[in-house]
Structure formats: C-alpha cells, structure tokens
Write a protein that binds this ligand. Structure first.
Ligand code: SDX
Length: 377
C-alpha cells in the first residue's frame, strides 16, 4: 500500500470552521469576531474583548458592568486553591501550579461530579465556568510569583478593573496607568489565535463531550512547550544569555552553528511577520521609555535585525512580550502563566463553539510498523 500524502503537524490543513477569529497571513492580519486586533488593543479593556470572544459582539455599558461585577465576585484566591498551589513544589514550573489550580476549580465546580453524560455542560454553564476561570487566573498567577519570592498573597481590590487589579495582586503597589495600558494591550493580543496547538487541544478534548475544565487543563499542558507559549519565557533566557547588544553577533554565530531554535521568532501560519508584533512592540517601546531602559530596546533591535537578515524569519508575539513583562517586574517564569490568563478567553470561546458542533475529532494514521505476524506456539 503506497503511503498517502501525510500532513505532518497538520501543517496547512483546514480541519473545521470557526467564527471566533481570522488569522490571515496574506494580509498579515488578525480579526476577533471581525474586529482588527490592533483596534481592540488600542480602544478596549480586556474584559470587553473577553465578552466579544464569548458572545460575538462587544458589550454595551450594562453588559460590561455586569461582566465586571461577576469577575469581581470570583477574583479572590480561595483557600482550597491556595492549598492546592502550596502542595506544588517551589521547584516545579509555575505552569504546573496553574494546571493544578484549574483542575481543582473544575473538580469543585457546583455542576461537577455528575455522570460523564452531563460533563460537557450547557452553553450557559460553560459561559459561567469560562468567567470563573477568567476571574480566578490573575490571583493564581500573582500568588505563584509571590510564593516563589516568599511573599503572602494580596487580596484583590474592587476599585480596580481586571488589568490594574492583576498588577496590584502581583506587586502590591498602586499600578501606574501607563503600565496598566501596556499590560491590558498584551492580554488582548494574547487572547485568541484560531486553531493554535493549545486551542486545538482544547477542541479535541471538548469534541469527546468532556468538560470545559479538562479542556483548559489540556490546553495549559500544550501551551507550556517552548515551541508554543513557553517561547515568551525562553526569549528572556536568550536575552539573559546575550547580555547586551554588542554580544548579538557572536552569540547568534554560535547558536545557529548549534542549530538552535531562536525563541520568539518564526510562526507556523505567519511567514512575513506576526500581525500582533507592531502593537506589542509599541507597548514595549512605551515601557522602555517609562522605565528609562534604552539598553532593552538596543538588544531587542540588534537581535531582530541580525536574525532577520540571516534567516528571513520574523519575530512572533512572544518576542516583544517577554521583555515587556520583564520591565513590568514579572519573573521570567511567570510569563507563560500570563499567556494562560489571557488565552483562557479564546480557549473557552472555542470550547463553547466546539461543544455546539458535537463532532468527535479523530484523524487517521498510516501504519508503517511490522507486517502482521503471530506469536510462536
Ligand atoms: C506561538 O500557532 C499559533 O498561532 C501560536 C501562537 C498563538 O498565538 O497561539 O502564535 C503563539 O506559539 C508563537 C510561536 C512561539 N514559538 C517560538 O518562538 C519557538 C521558535 N519558533 C520555531 O520553533 C518555529 O518557528 C515554530 C515552531 C513557531 C513554527 O515552526 P514551523 O512552521 O513548523 O516551521 P519549521 O520549524 O518547520 O521551520 C522551517 C525552517 C526550519 O529550517 P530547516 O530545518 O528547514 O532548515 O525554519 C527554521 C527551521 O529550523 N526555523 C527556525 C526558527 N523557526 C523556524 N530556525 C531557528 N529559529 C527559529 N525560531
């Protein structure tokens, strides 16, 4: 039997439709429910974009106020989630804390425990669950960083909206509006990106009629990898290795000689640059000026221009977001958990969409193992 045309990594394979976002490499653009992501990042609070991804329309004032009220009800770190996080060894990667916390929230869900036949939940239950995770993740991520620094968790503040409260719970200082705006933009840019590996993982899990929490736990596992969400953390490890702009050429000579992947560059879909990078780079430039750290921009520019000149491979969103989160004060290990806090909106929008499709995802494989044989009697 001749080998069929196998699409390894499903590269270039269209497997389903989605109404949530459109990634267009030809025009290097990204639309969330029809809106260019650049416009959303420049004009909307992250809560409004979450609403858009879940409902398909931007919220009016009353709908945004209602979502903000519900988010405030569920943002505090609960005792059992804190206890679960405290069971995770400090040496473990923070993505393991996030995965564990989400798993416990799922097991504690009021609708949990029923028969598997109703695990999937109704669209209304799944929306409730999505908002619960959206609201809970900032405290989980913030506490993860603080516990590794030997600090106690900080209670949320009802006078602060989502992004400002996230920074408050992490650093315990009144957040600067310049920093809040840059952080808010990063969350919107990270929120959704069609059938990327972690989102597709969530859809596969949902396609068996499993529950939303299981889909998010699976997606967290996929996002952790450095070829995907872990790249933003890996970018800072590279910056730390290089040190300063004058070291870029010799560092790159050695890295490319070792055939290393330079994290923060390249993309499976975009081939002439990631549509989100200009917006995130502008936010990084704002932070460089705000914190007066020109050396960060020098290193960023030196590595980008040298690598693009040599390989013709362009930065992806993780390249500007890593140094931006570093300037704000997040630990490098916190970067990918930040990606989870943003992408949980896109993942759960896809879970709701997939659950409605009610179609099991199960591709084929081509067997190239031993021919049929039998146990010797
Ligand atoms: C994200 O899918 C999404 O939408 C993901 C994401 C989202 O919002 O969900 O955008 C988020 O995951 C962004 C990507 C973050 N990952 C990284 O920055 C890791 C480094 N990047 C590479 O591993 C790579 O670019 C991928 C995995 C992102 C994409 O790889 P592809 O499309 O499978 O391409 P490839 O690995 O087959 O590379 C083609 C060639 C290869 O050279 P050859 O073996 O053919 O000689 O380009 C080279 C690769 O070696 N190459 C790189 C490179 N990226 C591609 N070489 C060095 N450094 C790189 N970063």
């Amino acid at each position: 039997m001749t080998e069929p045309d196998i699409k390894k990594g499903l590269a270039g394979v269209v497997v389903d439709t989605t109404a949530i976002s459109k990634v267009n490499p030809e025009t290097n653009s990204l639309l969330y429910r029809g809106y260019p992501v650049q416009e959303l990042a420049a004009t909307q609070p992250f809560e409004a974009v979450a609403y858009l991804l879940w409902h398909g329309e931007l919220p009016d004032a009353a709908q945004l106020a209602a979502l903000r009220a519900t988010e405030r009800e569920h943002r505090a770190l609960s005792e059992n989630v804190r206890a679960a996080i405290d069971l995770v060894p400090l040496e473990a990667h923070p993505m393991d804390e996030v995965r564990t916390a989400v798993s416990l929230i799922g097991a504690s869900d009021p609708h949990a425990g029923g028969s598997v036949l109703d695990a999937g939940g109704s669209p209304e239950q799944n929306l409730e669950r999505a908002i619960r995770l959206f609201a809970a993740l900032p405290a989980i991520v913030a506490y993860g960083q603080r516990r590794r620094r030997g600090e106690q968790p900080i209670e949320p503040r009802d006078d602060l909206d989502y992004s400002a409260n996230f920074l408050w719970m992490t650093f315990g200082e009144d957040p600067d509006p310049v920093v809040v705006d840059a952080f808010n933009r990063s969350m919107i840019l990270y929120a959704e990106h069609s059938f990327n590996a972690s989102t597709f993982t969530a859809r596969v899990i949902t396609s068996t009629l499993s529950d939303l929490y299981s889909a998010v736990v699976g997606a967290i596992g996929a996002l952790k990898g450095p070829l995907h969400g872990g790249a933003n953390e890996a970018v800072l490890h590279i910056f730390d290795e290089i040190g300063e702009a004058s070291n870029v050429v010799p560092w790159l000579d050695e890295a490319l000689a070792e055939k290393r992947k330079i994290m923060g560059f390249g993309h499976r879909v975009y081939k002439s640059g990631d549509s989100r990078v200009p917006t995130m780079k502008a936010a990084l430039d704002t932070l460089v000026a705000h914190y007066d750290k020109p050396e960060v921009a020098e290193l960023y520019d030196a590595l980008e221009s040298e690598f693009v000149a040599r390989k013709g491979i362009y930065p992806n969103l993780d390249y500007p977001s890593g140094p931006a989160y570093n300037l704000i004060g997040f630990d490098t290990l916190t970067f990918t958990p930040l990606f989870v806090a943003a992408r949980v909106t896109g993942w759960t929008a896809h879970v709701i969409e997939q659950a409605g499709a009610n179609a099991l995802i199960r591709p084929l494989s081509f067997y190239d193992g031993p021919d049929e044989r039998h146990v010797e009697s």
